[in-house]
Design a protein around this ligand. Structure first.
Ligand code: GDG
Length: 506
């Protein structure tokens, strides 16, 4: 696609969104809401819109219809008090925000037992099966009274809105927290009331062999839930194929058509598609120009000095494979001793789910590994691995400008947005090292150095190759990456979903 092609595509996407929602209502269902609410000192409820490309993109869709609702789980007391009401954002977008408020035990079971870690670990192939997971009475209770109950509450809230509008409705369901919603919704509404449902799964979908970790009743419920969706979206073709294989293997009464990428089950067709998610390229470039980013840039330049920068940016999350990243760096310093003293490995790590044991232990492990590498190779002048823990998106963006090598070596990742943000922002023709198990590989492989995430030796060699790469090749790869990312940004992700609904005549 030429530059003009990119612009043409974005105009046609905007036109499609406007036309699509001219006579339709939109309901978004996601674990998180689009705004965070706070009670001000005068007693009024104030709101702040959530950050991140996904929320921004979905709010952008709401702009096209006068009938937009966002159903989410309450996270604070103020959310619970709010329950439901209209919010008008700065740019005039009006959204009906509806918080469902499960009790604490139900939420704990739904979120901290089933969604994270059980489903998250399973879908990222991270269970150490001889030891875990242990599915006991408490897990079953969390399944029935947490996950199923909250999915049912979501469906009831959505059904209420569907019944309350006279327009045809598109329900966009997000992610692994809500696998059962579409089935509950289908059984709770009469045929002619039923909305079109589009469920997007942000994380990998492994093959049936992994799903066997779950007891039959749980996996049946999940597949039964997803086979009630009209359009089921995954990050990659491989995820979609894995879903079809899982249905074929575990739903004996389902008819799976690989050519049409469709499952026919209980008198209903589920169309399986891949919609690789992306970033808001324009908004990111705008952010680079901000004062906040400039301040972080200068602080980071002081840390890096005239050394070459290897960067990683992740949530503190075992699937991101942070420990093996440090081990690969250690191997690099061992094998190619000429790099000692000349490199800075910077890890910007965002705290995440630290109330789950596995995550706390992982933080301990990665700090210990970084400490060991520093003790082995560092001295009073040089701290080879700098780990900065904290939540600062502007700092992350500033660091992306400066890297020579960006390391994304996830064990498994739905997409990995850092791999798409880095090349857009980077000023040094930095090289992207990308795990073959990150969804981003499907699009970015031509410009990246691809590694197998457990292979620490090959990752070390890829680091060396990236650092030694001639300037001409680095530039060509960086340009290739930018081109690949610009042509399919977040607007394209949404557009492809609406196009699928239109093409299927739903
Ligand atoms: C899940 C899937 C899929 C960086 N530092 C901070 C910060 N960031 C930004 C990054 C990036 C985002 O957070 C992280 O996105 P990822 O895609 O890398 O990873 P997950 O959080 O695991 O996202 C993933 C994604 O959903 C979308 O479908 O790509 O595979 O796992 O934009 O630059 N954000 C904040 N503070 C920081 O310090 N708030």
């Amino acid at each position: 696609m030429t530059e003009l092609g990119v612009e043409d595509r974005s105009h046609s996407c905007a036109a499609l969104e406007a036309e699509f929602f001219a006579d339709r209502a939109l309901i978004i269902a996601a674990n998180r809401g689009p705004v965070s609410l706070e009670r001000a000192s005068d007693g009024s409820i104030q709101f702040q819109r959530g950050g991140g490309g996904l929320v921004t993109a979905l709010i952008g869709l709401c702009h096209h219809t006068s009938d937009a609702t966002w159903v989410a789980c309450a996270r604070t007391e103020t959310d619970t008090e709010w329950q439901e009401g209209h919010i008008t954002l700065d740019e005039g977008t009006a959204i009906d925000v509806h918080f469902i408020s499960p009790d604490e035990a139900a939420y704990e079971g739904y979120y901290n037992v089933i969604a994270n870690p059980l489903l998250w670990f399973l879908q990222h192939s991270m269970w150490d099966v001889p030891r875990a997971p242990v599915i006991d009475r408490a897990t079953w209770q969390a399944w029935d009274e947490g996950y199923k109950a909250i999915n049912c509450e979501f469906a009831e809230a959505i059904a209420g809105h569907v019944k309350g509008t006279s327009r045809p409705t598109l329900v966009m369901i997000q992610d692994y927290h809500l696998y059962l919603v579409a089935r509950y919704l289908r059984s709770g509404l009469r045929r002619r009331q039923r909305p079109t449902t589009l469920h997007f799964v942000h994380i990998p979908w492994p093959g049936p062999e992994y799903w066997r970790i779950l007891p039959p009743a749980m996996r049946q419920d999940i597949l039964n839930g997803l086979c009630a969706v009209d359009v089921l979206g995954f990050q990659t073709r491989e995820d979609g194929q894995n879903f079809l294989r899982t249905c074929e293997s575990m739903l004996p009464r389902a008819s799976v058509n690989y050519r049409r990428s469709r499952v026919w089950y209980r008198n209903h067709a589920t169309h399986v598609r891949d919609f690789p998610i992306s970033i808001d390229v324009g908004a990111l470039r705008q952010m680079v120009l901000s004062e906040e980013v400039a301040q972080h840039r200068s602080e980071l330049k002081d840390i890096v000095g005239d050394r070459r920068l290897i960067l990683r940016i992740d949530r503190i999350e075992p699937s991101k494979n942070i420990v093996r990243g440090f081990l690969a760096f250690e191997e690099l310093l061992e094998l190619h001793s000429g790099w000692r003293g000349r490199l800075q490995f910077l890890a910007l790590l965002v705290p995440s789910r630290l109330d789950v044991d596995e995550y706390r232990h992982y933080l301990d492990d990665l700090m210990a590994t970084a400490g060991r590498v520093n003790a082995k190779y560092g001295d009073s002048e040089w701290e080879p691995v700098r780990v900065l823990v904290g939540d600062s998106y502007p700092r992350a963006v500033a660091a992306m400008e400066l890297y020579d090598v960006l390391l994304v070596n996830a064990i498994a990742d739905g997409m990995n947005l850092v791999a798409k943000e880095g090349p857009i922002v980077n000023e040094r023709d930095g090289v992207l090292i990308l795990s073959e198990r990150a969804g981003a590989r499907q699009q970015l492989e031509p410009g990246a150095l691809v590694v197998s995430p457990c292979d620490v030796f090959a990752t070390a060699e890829a680091l060396h190759q990236a650092l030694e790469m001639p300037a001409k090749e680095r530039r060509a790869r960086a340009e290739r990456l930018r081109w690949l990312i610009e042509r399919e940004d977040i607007a394209d992700w949404l557009c492809r979903q609406l196009e699928a609904v239109v093409e299927l005549g739903l």
